[in-house]
Design a protein around this ligand. Structure first.
Ligand code: AMP
Length: 170
């Protein structure tokens, strides 16, 4: 498999000064690498030991839906404000650049007890912590986090009491 890192472009000072933005879209343009990555992510313990996947808007959806098909696990979504209808749980969080809110549909999570969280990149961990807290507050368990990239020096994983499986540490 081609090196994952060679498909990731870094844009300095995007979306704001001081941020080195990792553009992961090159991965999904190389179907061989994308397929191998999805097979690897789908067979890891975090996904295997979950009942359902919850992926985070927007780039998390790309990887989450492919993993969902490969691992035969239902996928739920955590979305930004104003996108989801129905009864919602929502919370705010800080991320590497700025702050945001996420919401989950209350009825959608009801049938499942144990979730794997999927996103493209782990930076400070604020985004994932927000999702984890909403699930925990609803009485749910988390098997772990599966991400494509982890920015190790931001120490995001130290915020969690569940395993983190990353495919590229930068
Ligand atoms: P954080 O909450 O700080 O862990 O940020 C993680 C979320 O923000 C993920 O959904 C990423 O897509 C996005 N993100 C944060 N930092 C970066 C970065 N340097 N490059 C690309 N995406 C990032």
């Amino acid at each position: 498999m081609k090196n994952l890192e060679s498909l990731i472009k870094t844009y300095n000072d995007f979306p704001q000064k001081g941020i080195a933005f990792k553009d992961i879209l090159g991965i999904i343009q190389d179907t061989e690498v994308f397929r191998e990555l999805i097979l690897k992510m789908s067979s890891n313990k975090v996904i295997k030991s979950s009942e359902a996947i919850i992926s985070i808007e927007a780039r998390g959806f790309i990887f989450g839906s492919a993993i969902s098909l490969q691992a035969s696990k239902p996928m739920l979504v955590a979305r930004k404000p104003g996108k989801l209808p129905g009864n919602l749980i929502s919370d705010s969080y800080e991320l590497e650049y700025g702050s945001n809110s996420l919401a989950i549909q209350t009825d959608a999570i009801k049938p499942y007890k144990n979730f794997a969280i999927v996103d493209d990149l782990l930076a400070t961990g604020g985004t994932v912590k927000c999702v984890a807290e909403m699930l925990n507050d609803s009485g749910k368990e988390i098997s772990g986090l599966s991400v494509v990239i982890e920015l190790r020096e931001l120490c995001g994983r130290d915020k969690f009491n569940f395993p983190v499986e990353s495919n590229l540490v930068l």
